[in-house]
Design a binder for this molecule. Structure first.
Ligand code: ATP
Ligand code: MG
Length: 411
């Protein structure tokens, strides 16, 4: 197997009602198997048009991945179209029928006869178990090709892929596999990162790519080799060099998120946190509480959007009068007030101009962050693209990044 192709089935996709996250998921899985993905198609619940797409795929790809259309209803036509493609006949499989009837019985529901079609197979197909739903997948092999039909609901698809399909495919793929390592940075522009890494950017195995995400600039190192170990060995020296060149700007790798890192640091040090937010409007507190167990270290936060609320919660009025609400001085006072008023070890303050209009003569996108870690106050400033939601998100990332820094520097 070398080349792969994905087909997602469902009229909702073509109506723009749902986003095709199944294709993105599968596309992201194929490089690690060393498979080259050349096409992704979307097609509605229409037997003739699906057949047309299937015929084209059968003629040009070694592995064809289908998602959707395995349900019990009239418009679920994936099985029928595959049978059409291969000129084979659908038959109810007695073992699958028994399983299906048991599934319904265990839920005390009479099985609608329509569901019987979910127990059908063609001679070239084997069932792939789907404990989360009623529709088993299909593993079809013929003429040196593999065609896999998997359910549309994303939870069922990802489980089936991880537990059943990926391990079986891994054994079948020949050739090099691709392993990637992503380093995440904050506090430098994409161009500045690019410039600093320029000596590494021309390398071809591994390759190094720079791209921007909401929580910073990502560096993707990708290596091809016969085994995962060999690929990792190619990645390691490049990773070390990137870390040296970008220093403290690198905050994590792969699936790391700042909110999880901060939670771990707080737990490890036995510290608690409180926030006072202006321009981020509570997004920092919301992000921190995305992490399970955050109640162990997050005391709470105040959304001090107006000057009155800032003052009521302990920001000295004269600081606002002298420096304006959007100032490093007020960010620092917010951090200290959060710490003291909410009884936490660490306090965080955010203030800035989310837009669309400037405030106090300060440009849209200006943000000040301060962290009072009980031993001193860390302050940072940023200037982000002048769009409200981008400013809120960037300021939130900046706040979490500063929190991490202030936690690491606490003795
Ligand atoms: P069911 O047994 O639930 O009918 P199915 O295999 O027939 O499953 P569909 O009917 O095509 O799958 O889709 C069921 C639901 O799964 C859709 O309403 C949608 O929420 C989700 N879904 C389907 N295809 C995709 C896709 N490509 N990306 C993301 N979600 C999808
Ligand atoms: Mg369906």
């Amino acid at each position: 197997l070398k080349t792969a192709e994905i087909i997602s089935i469902g009229t909702e996709l073509l109506l723009g009602e749902i986003t095709d996250t199944n294709s993105s998921f599968l596309a992201g899985q194929l490089p690690a198997l060393g498979l080259d993905l050349y096409w992704i198609s979307q097609v509605g619940d229409n037997r003739a048009r699906l057949l047309e797409v299937l015929q084209r795929a059968w003629g040009r790809s070694d592995l064809i991945l289908l998602t959707g259309g395995l349900g019990p209803t009239e418009d679920d036509i994936t099985r029928e179209a595959i049978a059409d493609l291969l000129g084979e006949e659908l038959k109810v499989d007695p073992r699958l029928e028994q399983e299906l009837r048991r599934y319904f019985a265990s839920r005390n529901i009479n099985m609608p006869e329509r569901n019987l079609k979910q127990a059908t197979l063609i001679p070239s197909a084997q069932a792939i178990p789907n404990p989360q739903g009623t529709a088993p997948g299909w593993w079809v092999e013929k003429e040196g090709r593999i065609l896999l039909a998997m359910p549309g609901p994303p939870g069922e698809l990802t489980r089936m892929w991880r537990q059943e399909v990926q391990p079986r495919l891994r054994a079948r793929v020949e050739g090099a596999i691709l392993v990637t390592r992503t380093l995440k940075s904050w506090g430098m522009t994409e161009a500045a990162v690019d410039e600093r890494l320029s000596p590494l950017l021309s390398s071809s195995n591994p390759t190094l790519a720079v791209y921007a995400k909401v929580d910073g600039i990502y560096l993707r190192i990708a290596a091809k080799a016969a085994t995962e170990e060999a690929a990792r060995a190619l990645i390691l020296p490049v990773e070390t060099e990137v870390r040296e060149l970008l220093g403290e700007h690198i905050w994590g790798a792969d699936d790391d998120s700042l909110e999880v890192i901060i939670g771990e640091l707080l737990k490890e040090k036995g510290l608690t946190l409180a926030t006072m937010e202006s321009c981020t409007g509570g997004l920092v507190a919301s992000t921190i509480t995305d992490v399970p167990g955050s109640s162990n270290y997050f005391k709470g936060g105040v959304v001090a959007y107006s000057n009155e609320v800032k003052i009521a919660y302990g920001v000295p009025a004269h600081l606002i009068a002298e420096h304006g609400a959007v100032s490093p001085e007020v960010a620092q006072a917010m951090a200290s007030a959060a710490r003291l008023r909410l009884g936490a070890d660490i306090g965080l303050g955010t203030t800035g101009v989310a837009g669309p209009d400037q405030i106090e003569g300060k440009t849209v996108g200006t943000v000040y962050i301060a962290v009072d870690n009980g031993q001193g106050i860390h302050t940072a400033s940023g200037r982000y693209p002048p769009q409200r939601l981008r400013v809120k998100r960037a300021a939130t990332t900046a706040a979490l990044f500063e929190l991490r820094r202030a936690l690491l520097s606490r003795r």
